[in-house]
Design a protein around this ligand. Structure first.
Ligand code: ZN
Length: 204
């Protein structure tokens, strides 16, 4: 319903997969996994908003894979019922977070390394995932094509999200592909050049 982008990364050799932000439609995710004969080794949550984490418990129950999330979003996750009621949705099932995902942590998928970058601002526990060998950044709701994540929800902070983007994301290569939490993919170079929310950063 909320049109969140879920990413499934699979390694052709080991047949292992990492799923990022299973918001909903677990049947659709499982269909892709089984079509490619992939076994989920980790479920990574960029932040605890319902559209990103809503399906995590179901996917964990179905696959046995551990859930990775930054602990600074635990309170948001604890209040999933409140998020659901704001949106007039049914509260999805909740589960334990198995592993804390922190700045500098690394997950391996085949020969690819998934590096956790702490990018607070949209929420206090927002993370992004940088995959250098693939030249891809999964940005959650921190950076979008032509926009940035909203900061008017509980835990949001505008100065902080801009600092996260400037210090942690815009330092990545221009040609790095950005997979945002909503909408179309973009590149770091494009957003650095034309994203209207980032054009004031340089004087500061
Ligand atoms: Zn969000």
């Amino acid at each position: 319903m909320l049109q969140c982008n879920c990413s499934i990364f699979g390694d052709e050799q080991s047949k292992e997969a990492i799923v990022v932000d299973p918001g909903d439609d677990i049947a659709g995710i499982q269909e892709i996994l089984s079509r490619h004969q992939l076994k989920v080794k980790a479920i990574v949550i960029t932040h605890a908003h319902i559209d990103h984490i809503g399906g995590a418990a179901k996917l964990k129950a179905a696959t046995g894979a551990p859930i990775y999330m930054n602990e600074n979003d635990q309170t948001l996750y604890d209040h999933l019922d409140m998020q659901a009621s704001w949106l007039g949705m049914e509260t999805p099932e909740r589960t334990a977070i198995d592993v804390a995902a922190r700045e500098g942590d690394k997950l391996a998928l085949g020969s690819a390394e998934f590096q956790i970058i702490g990018t607070p601002g949209h929420t206090q526990g927002s993370i992004s995932i940088w995959i250098p060998t693939e030249n891809k950044l999964v940005a959650g709701d921190t950076l979008f094509r032509d926009s940035i994540g909203r900061t008017d929800l509980p835990g949001g902070n505008t100065r902080q999200i801009l600092r996260s983007i400037a210090d942690k994301l815009l330092v990545l290569p221009d040609e790095a592909v950005v997979i945002p939490g909503h909408g179309s993919n973009t590149t770091i170079g494009r957003e650095r050049a034309v994203n209207p929310f980032l054009q004031d950063l340089w004087g500061h």
